[in-house]
Design a protein around this ligand. Structure first.
Ligand code: CMP
Length: 107
């Protein structure tokens, strides 16, 4: 059993701090703060990998048919959803938005 963190974009500068020196940082933050977003914790076996499979590759233009990014995103910048890229990242990202008390314990 595993948890992953997911954002239905757009949403945050602090959250994407790891990308602060990248050339697309400004555009990324502008998009992520251009409207409301929904943040969620998804739980299940291999949640990180399964969510990434559902999302499709980062660039919506290259995402496989039927994936969320292919269906609802526009390009690499406006790609509809975010998902953690590994268990450690998931832990950090879940903790960025949720307190332990808000989460039922993992089975
Ligand atoms: P996400 O999975 O939320 O993680 C970081 C985001 O930065 C990514 O989705 C993209 O939206 C964005 N991103 C990553 N690489 C690029 C790039 N080369 N150009 C523009 N945006 C990018």
């Amino acid at each position: 059993m595993e948890r992953t963190f997911s954002i239905i974009k757009p949403d945050a500068e602090g959250f994407y701090y790891v990308h602060r020196d990248r050339p697309f940082f400004g555009d990324l933050v502008r998009f992520m703060t251009s409207g409301p977003c929904i943040v969620q914790v998804l739980e299940g076996e291999n949640a990180v990998a399964r969510n990434r499979e559902l999302m499709g590759t980062t660039d919506s233009k290259k995402a496989a048919a039927g994936t969320i990014r292919q269906k609802h995103g526009t390009d690499i910048e406006k790609n509809a959803v975010h998902g953690s890229d590994g268990p450690d990242t998931a832990k950090f990202e879940i903790g960025y938005f949720f307190s332990g008390a808000e989460l039922a314990s993992l089975k």
